[in-house]
Design a protein around this ligand. Structure first.
Ligand code: NAD
Length: 459
């Protein structure tokens, strides 16, 4: 840890708390900050792309589509709607509160903390910041130390573009974050593993700090016999091997009905070859594993499953080829979230067995089902619980600004994106405004029998 880290952090935090008291954070401030954040992304596209490449060979297309692009479209969507969202919402007032009016206001929380993960180091750090700013909050950003080049760049750029009085970047790993979590925040937004999410939630609980946890888990994909296998294969391969499988909502494992298993496998292999060519290691669109620890963990997960395709790896360049496995429930690949380019495939005959398989495990962040029978799709939707679902697709539900994104149970709590980000970063405050013109004596003691009769009628 850098000498003097804690003292410097305390100073930054105290300065932000002080500024919060005097800085107006109304619509104009929020709009300016969001525009400045957009400018940061646009003007620094090349240095951001270079940092993403240096961290794990993320190519320009994926950077545009899944990093800067997502944050920019979030900003645009918020800017189109923010003034409306900020308006107090009038609601009706019951008879017993007449003469009066009722409304819901959206209050900023105050000083918020956003802790990011390394796998989409721009998107997962800055999309929550869009929410924090739209809600009128001060924010401390803690990028993941694992995507070190992006973290360094973010640390340089944020103070150049955003309001230094209310927005700061703090760098560091577990030790620094532990110190950071000693501070009293008004809201913590964490993206990462369930293990660290638990640490964050425990620390936050000590000061009753509201916490949003965006976690991971094993997201299943169910392929039913009546699925369009060609399109299914394409979408699965795209969603699984993007970012080399290091995506929280990537399909983690496949459950497939026996009659379509062979065709699905051969279509998926054809797609992998079409997308990435024969020399995948040379392909500039195929990412590397983020570090050696994760590389070793992933190679270990191959044990005990039959390799149907791929399985090649090179530790020096942290390369693992797109890999399809034939696995069993007790295989190592089924023991933890994969978070890499390895896809276990399990054959299951009946839809009810697939549903049972999913329900026996922790609630996933995403669930995918491919098929056309609407009765089957409805059964899956009704009988399983997951953060979100795409039917006949993967990942795309999280790209819609009109849908909330978040987990349930072990995959997280709270959600964001679009208006849900604004809601996540604001407190819904109930306001009742009463007139003093009429003051009905009914509620005041002494409580006579006639008052009891009246209260029963009114409530
Ligand atoms: P991680 O939990 O290891 O790290 C996340 C953040 O926590 C980092 O900023 C890190 O510095 C910090 N941290 C690590 N150890 C800590 C400790 N002991 N105390 C305090 N802070 C600590 O997660 P990761 O490896 O960056 O990301 C992978 C996990 O995140 C996967 O489980 C994945 O599914 C999940 N994820 C979820 C989402 C989502 O939106 N739901 C998105 C991306 C990743």
């Amino acid at each position: 840890m850098k000498p003097g880290f804690e003292a410097e952090l305390n100073q930054t935090y105290a300065a932000i708390r002080k500024s919060l008291k005097t800085s107006p954070r109304g619509y104009e401030w929020r709009r300016q900050q969001l525009l400045a954040l957009k400018l940061l992304l646009v003007e620094n596209e090349k240095s951001i792309n270079d940092a993403l490449w240096a961290d794990f060979h993320k190519g320009a297309f994926e950077a545009a589509a899944t990093e800067q692009g997502i944050v920019i479209s979030e900003i645009d969507f918020v800017l189109e709607n923010l003034e409306t969202w900020m308006e107090p919402i009038s609601v009706s007032t019951p008879l017993f509160n007449q003469i009066g009016t009722s409304e819901i206001r959206h209050d900023p929380f105050g000083v918020t903390l956003v802790i990011g993960a390394w796998n989409y180091p721009i998107n997962l750090l800055l999309a929550p910041v869009v929410g924090a700013l739209s809600g009128g909050n001060a924010v401390i950003l803690k990028p993941s130390e694992i995507s070190a080049n992006v973290a360094k760049l973010i640390g340089e750029l944020i103070p150049k573009y955003l309001d230094k009085n209310l927005i700061a970047v703090v760098q560091g790993g577990p030790d620094e974050t532990e110190i950071l979590l000693k501070l009293k925040f008004d809201l913590i937004f964490f993206t990462g593993s369930g293990k660290v999410g638990t640490i964050v939630a425990e620390k936050a609980a000590k000061s009753l700090t509201p916490t949003i946890l965006e976690l991971g888990g094993k997201s299943p994909a169910l392929v039913l016999a009546d699925a369009d296998i060609k399109v299914t294969a394409k979408r699965l391969v795209w969603g699984k091997f993007m970012n080399a499988g290091q995506t929280c909502v990537a399909p983690d494992y496949l459950l497939v009905q026996p009659s379509v298993k062979k065709e699905l496998l051969s279509e998926m292999i054809a797609c992998i070859q079409e997308f990435y060519g024969e020399q995948i290691q040379e392909n500039k669109d195929y990412c590397r594993i983020i570090n050696e620890r994760n590389f070793d963990r992933l190679v270990g997960l191959l044990e005990g499953s039959k390799i149907l395709f791929g399985g090649k790896s090179d530790r020096a360049s942290r390369f693992i080829s797109p890999t399809l496995l034939e696995s069993k429930p007790e295989s190592k690949a089924m023991s933890e979230e994969i978070f890499g380019p390895i896809l276990p495939i399990l054959e299951i005959s009946e839809l009810s067995q697939m549903i049972e398989f999913v329900n026996e495990r922790p609630k996933p962040l995403a669930l995918y089902v491919f098929g056309h029978d609407l009765g089957n799709i409805d059964r899956v939707l009704e009988e399983t619980s997951s953060g979100g679902v795409s039917v006949n697709d993967v990942i795309m539900h999280m790209a819609s600004p009109n849908l909330p994104f978040g987990g349930v149970g072990a995959s997280g709590m709270g959600n964001y994106h679009g208006e849900y980000s604004f809601r996540a970063f604001t407190h819904e405050k109930s306001v009742l405004k009463k007139s003093t013109l009429i003051d009905v004596p009914l509620r005041y003691a002494p409580y006579t029998d006639s008052k009891i009769k009246w209260i029963k009628r009114l409530i």
